[in-house]
Design a binder for this molecule. Structure first.
Ligand SMILES: CC(C)(COP(=O)(O)OP(=O)(O)OC[C@H]1O[C@@H](n2cnc3c(N)ncnc32)[C@H](O)[C@@H]1OP(=O)(O)O)[C@@H](O)C(=O)NCCC(=O)NCCS
Length: 187
């Protein structure tokens, strides 16, 4: 896989959706996302920003630093010029050419079948630009939309991990379904 700092990072588009690197003007998106109950339930270590200024400061400093140091690739998802969600490739592992994916959409953009295109774009970036050979997904066992979205684009169920991660909202431990995707299976 290529070092993140060296990959082409111009936007990827498909199906009316655009995947691009985040910018400070995405503060309203990040502020809402980090306060959303489902995002906080199903993603680990989500810290709600205090206000838009705090989200803007975080966007200015953290995603570029993580990208530059090869630790995580964060993305904003845009539809018709509007920021609608967020994607991540984390736990980038140069020995296994692998990473882990997470995606969320603002509530009004759920249940519209946008999720599949969103997850597909993040995976395409991982395979085509970074050169990953495997992308893993860990969805809470009770997070059916996330599991079904992954399965619909080619992720195969590979295991069950009891008490794998802690809800950012309630601190409750979630069991997780582990699924994995190789480039040949992405559909
Ligand atoms: C996960 C997420 C991105 C999925 O997006 P979405 O727009 O809700 O997904 P969709 O509406 O396309 O639904 C995906 C599938 O789940 C089904 N589904 C949706 N809500 C459901 C529910 N409450 N129970 C069971 N199935 C459900 C849909 O019918 C669809 O299946 P189908 O394609 O076979 O019809 C979105 O729900 C989200 O942002 N959730 C909060 C954050 C999160 O959980 N992220 C994932 C963490 S890894």
């Amino acid at each position: 896989m290529r070092a993140l700092a060296e990959v082409r990072d111009d936007p990827l588009a498909d199906d009316g959706l655009l995947l691009r690197r985040p910018r400070p003007a995405d503060a309203p998106l990040v502020l809402r996302g980090t306060h959303d109950p489902l995002v906080r339930e199903f993603l680990q270590a989500v810290i709600p920003h205090r206000d838009e200024a705090a989200a803007e400061r975080w966007l200015t400093e953290i995603p570029p630093m993580l990208w530059q140091t090869g630790r995580a690739a964060y993305f904003t998802l845009e539809a018709a010029g509007e920021a609608v969600g967020w994607g991540e490739l984390v736990n980038l592992d140069p020995e296994q050419d692998s990473a882990e994916i997470a995606v969320w959409l603002l509530p009004e953009h759920r249940r519209l079948r946008t999720a599949k295109s969103a997850m597909r774009l993040v995976c395409r970036f991982g395979f085509e630009r970074i050169g990953l050979r495997r992308i893993d997904a860990f969805a809470a066992a009770d997070n059916m939309p996330s599991q079904l979205t992954g399965a619909a684009i080619g992720f195969r169920r590979a295991g069950y991990r009891p008490a794998l991660f802690r809800s950012s909202r309630t601190q409750r431990l979630h069991d997780a379904v582990y699924a994995t995707l190789v480039p040949e299976d992405l559909c």
